[in-house]
Design a protein around this ligand. Structure first.
Ligand code: PRT
Ligand code: ZN
Length: 226
């Protein structure tokens, strides 16, 4: 088994939509850090809780590998990687522990504006571009729809115009990106927000107490906000 550790390690996004709110939330829980020069690792000063600054895509894997104990990541990313693991026959390796109330968005099916939307049966035989192939495949299977999943790592919204797909499955917040690309949202696969993700098994060393304290402080904050 893994060696006992007495410092908790939390992965957050280095830059991007979740980076600042994640840091602010942890600071509001009483954590503070000495900024390291390379800014990949922030050593905790007020408490033995360190930060690892990474790409959001790497956060679930860092928890699965035990490199980090907790992570702040979009439920969309956590759920995608959890479903991908299941599709590969791997055991669950992380779970959402708390919703954090920021980073809200929806994973949605969007079709060309001129489509007369009749329902999911209309997706049959179509090519759907997405960065969330595992969530989309599971949803299509659940709906009994046979469609082709076209995996793209970015710029999903221009795929219909380029002719590489008929429609898309992508994150939506204001809807401005869809409108700018003459697409309209028609179905929601997932309501997402930033979550605090953690391991599926409880820790059995000093980190367990630190984690419990952090969760208590988080819960206290959300009660104050409500
Ligand atoms: O570099 P790194 O890999 O860490 O960052 P990233 O570019 O992968 O992620 P980032 O910072 O863009 O998003 C991080 C997380 O923010 C996502 O995983 C979501 O959980 C959350 N989030 C919330 C969003 C949005 N809202 C959002 N609107 N992530 C992306 N978008 C994109 C969406 O994909 C689309 O392109 O914004 C566009 C749509 O926005 P609207 O307002 O036009 O609808
Ligand atoms: Zn990313």
């Amino acid at each position: 088994s893994a060696p006992a550790r007495d410092r908790l390690r939390i992965a957050i996004q280095k830059s991007g939509r979740l980076a600042d709110p994640a840091r602010s939330l942890l600071a509001a829980c009483g954590l503070s850090w000495r900024q390291s020069r390379d800014k990949l690792f922030c050593f905790g000063e007020s408490l033995p809780v360190d930060l690892l600054l990474v790409r959001d895509d790497d956060i679930p894997g860092l928890i699965a590998d035990g490199v980090c104990d907790l992570g702040v990541v979009g439920l969309n990313e956590l759920d995608e990687q959890a479903k991908a693991r299941r599709q590969q026959g791997l055991p669950d390796a992380y779970q959402p522990l708390r919703g954090l109330g920021f980073g809200q968005c929806r994973l949605m099916i969007a079709v060309p504006e001129d489509w007369d939307w009749q329902g999911v049966a209309q997706l049959s035989g179509k090519r759907i571009a997405t960065s969330y192939p595992a969530i989309l495949a599971a949803w299509l299977r659940d709906k009994g729809v046979d469609a082709q999943v076209v995996e793209l790592s970015g710029s999903v919204e221009i795929a219909p115009k380029l002719g590489t797909a008929d429609l898309i499955c992508d994150l939506v917040s204001s809807g401005a990106t869809l409108a700018a690309n003459q697409l309209k949202p028609v179905e929601t696969l997932l309501d997402s927000e930033a979550v605090l993700a953690g391991p599926v098994h409880e820790l059995d060393d000093a980190r367990a107490g630190l984690m419990a304290m952090l969760l208590r402080r988080l819960d206290g904050l959300s009660r104050v906000q409500d």
